[in-house]
Design a protein around this ligand. Structure first.
Ligand SMILES: [Zn+2]
Length: 316
């Protein structure tokens, strides 16, 4: 049941006063036609439209400023406020999600990776997915933090094969991850694949998102797992992203979403560094809903939307 407060909660308690649910979307579009990683698709256009319609009927979709006012306890509310967010800056966020948002008069925050936006970096998960899709050899050995590991993808459908290899990759510290990709690149593969279309939005689309009333936040320069980096490198990733994004859109970019955003992907040091870099709030990608005034502004919780999610159960 998505109405708040639930009947068994004392209506005079602080918990019943209201809650802020921050939803984390990624790609929006046709998952079955994905050339790269299908797991980064969180909805297609129709699902997004249906979910927004559902939330607008039962709750209230708010913009970034109101969400931060609620989270910090400066604004009291009853019921559920919802903030929509989109990570990584895929082109479909502009071409598919934005028209839905504008037609429904809903605001959202787009967390952009500055290196992806200016073409200096590309998503490692898409690189890995592409290498797995095009590998003719389906059984090979890859370096992992526990030594060489045999990966057997025979008889595995592409989506499952990609998921298996991505799971292994995510366990690798940065130096082993580089060797892992090199190992995957050396696997015998089909030649002559068509070049992929542009997948990520660029500076022009970032400006158009802002012109359409959306907010832009930072998601680092190259999307590393911050907790695995030395403090200095973490600051560079967070600071460079902010500088580049502000240079493009011409307004302050002072909210951040930690890459990946699971409990082990950022820590107390990361949170302090985010504050030192001038961010006024930062979002994880786990943890459920936020209770006003109770959530740390550098560890705001988000709910990861998944493909085919029924909006009725997303907030529970
Ligand atoms: Zn991300």
């Amino acid at each position: 049941m998505s109405f708040w407060p639930p009947p068994d909660l004392d209506p005079s308690s602080p918990e019943a006063a209201g809650r802020l649910a921050v939803l984390a979307y990624h790609r929006v579009g046709d998952r079955a036609a994905a050339a790269f990683d299908p797991w980064v698709f969180t909805s297609d256009q129709q699902q997004l439209e249906d979910q927004i319609q559902y939330f607008q009927k039962r709750h209230r979709i708010v913009g970034l400023e109101e969400a931060l006012a609620i989270a910090s306890g400066r604004e009291r509310l009853r019921g559920t406020a919802i903030l929509l967010t989109f990570d990584d800056g895929y082109l479909d966020n502009y071409s598919v999600a934005l028209p839905v948002l504008t037609s429904r008069k809903a605001e959202a925050v787009f967390f952009l990776v500055s290196g992806f936006m200016i073409g200096e970096a590309s998503p490692w998960w898409d690189r890995v997915a592409w290498l797995v899709r095009t590998a003719r050899q389906r059984c090979f050995s890859l370096p992992t933090c526990e030594g060489p590991r045999t990966v057997d993808l025979r008889d595995r459908p592409p989506e499952e094969a990609i998921s298996t290899v991505l799971d292994l990759y995510k366990q690798c510290p940065p130096d082993v991850a580089a060797q892992f990709v090199e190992g995957l690149e050396s696997v015998d593969r089909d030649a002559g694949q068509p070049p992929p279309d542009r997948q990520l939005l660029g500076p022009d689309e970032a400006k158009l998102l802002c012109a359409a009333g959306m907010s832009v936040g930072a998601h680092t320069h190259s999307h590393p797992i911050l907790a695995r980096l030395a403090a200095e490198r973490q600051s560079e990733e967070m600071g460079q992203c902010r500088t580049i994004l502000e240079g493009v859109i011409g307004t302050p970019v002072d909210v951040l979403a930690y890459p990946v955003g699971g409990p082990g992907d950022f820590d107390q040091v990361t949170q302090q560094l985010a504050r030192d870099c001038g961010y006024r709030a930062a979002f994880s990608c786990h943890g459920g809903v936020n209770l006003p005034g109770r959530s740390g502004l550098y560890d705001l919780k988000r709910i990861a939307v998944y493909w085919g999610a029924n909006p009725e159960y997303l907030l529970d």
